[in-house]
Design a protein around this ligand. Sequence first.
Ligand code: UDX
Length: 453
Amino acid sequence: MNIVCIGAGYVGSVTAAAFAVLGHTVTVIDLDPRKIEAIRAGTSPIYEPGLQELLHECAGTTLFASHDYDAVGRASVVFICVGTPSKADLTADLSYVKEAARTIGRHLNPDHYTVIVNKSTVPVGTADLVSSLIEETSGLTSGKDFDVVSNPEFLREGYAVEDVFYPDRIIIGTDSSRAKTVMRSLYGPVLNREGYEMLRGAVPAPGTRPPAVWFESGTKSAELIKYASNAFLAVKISYINEMARLCETLGADVTDVAKGMGLDSRIGHKFLEVSSGWSGSCFPKDTAELLATSRKYGCEQSITAAAVEANDRMLLYCVSKVQSRLKSLPGKTVGLLGLTFKPNTDDARQTQAQVMARQLESLGARVKVHDPQGMEMFRRLNPDLAVEYCESPEQVLAGADAAVLLTHWDCYLAMDWESARPAMKVPYLLDTRNVLDSRKMLQWGYVYEGLGK
Ligand code: UDX
């Protein structure tokens, strides 16, 4: 099939590479010349484990990149994978989606049927909006010349290559049986796991992932499935984080509590790992949009609202732990390890580190930071922060009065904590992910604290 992906971000570049590796002819369209050049050269425009290898496999043979929309006229399927950032009122900014829809409309080929797929996370009703914008600019008829399908993406950053070949579910929102047939044939190799069979080595092995479930619904339900899923996961994390604070007060251990809870198959173990809170490019913006929309329609989602509040409180709680340990913050140096919202990504948008660095600076502390992949983006997004960027975690610890481990990158787990300790002014370490060996840390002389212990 001829496929087009509009947008070469975290979703578009992975989706495009996956379908190109499966043998389709894919053109990625993006306005950013650096992304186009990177894809043409078979190099990854973002840091995502395994993506570079996929791009290298198919660039120039089945994968192409362009800044113009000419390939839309040849395509059977056009994916919209553009960003939907939050506006000032916290609703999703659909301007990139609308612009993509209008431009697709101007380039659609009236001689053949095309499926336009919304992969971006978009508010309920966007499939209808995209459909009418395409009708306006193309003069074509939805349901006859083209259909718009809602097919939300559930890729996790850091595991996107695994998730794209072995998703838990493929949600197809449309009433059109013609569009469903096209989508089924497109996703056939993913459902049948032919990617791995065809391309042993180039795609990850399925491991223990169960086969994907194909699920069809209307467009609005498909759109809401994405928001409802992300909000539910955010609730789960906020729940265990709040429980961690209760554990500290009562003298229980949140790791044991989470383990014991997770043994109930109705609850499960996943997303019960303690942290300073959830953050990143999806949960904050998606919960905000869900809340704004539900309020607009007079149907407030109080549980999601509580999860957001609990999440904000959790981060301030972590700051207060450092503050109470150091008595006062002015003149003190605090090191932050991890600027991305989780390991194995360079994504430093809306992270815990950003809020914490600001909070610490406003309380008078000097802040030193390190991240193996996220420093460039963090610096670009926070030009006003006076933090010191360090080349290594050891450099962060040197001379610090306290350090906070925010993101559990492998390099922090593997570093030589014993040798790093003497360089700290005060060896206080707050491990917000409970990933370091507390017994050893104490033995090496750290004033070590986890969360919920
Ligand atoms: C999420 C969804 O999982 C994915 O399906 C959706 O398409 C996009 O949003 P992602 O944002 O990549 O993916 O990250 P995810 O792995 O879900 O983690 C979100 C945040 O929650 C991170 O900050 C992570 O560190 C935190 N988290 C996750 C916890 O604090 N505890 C947990 O138990 C799990």
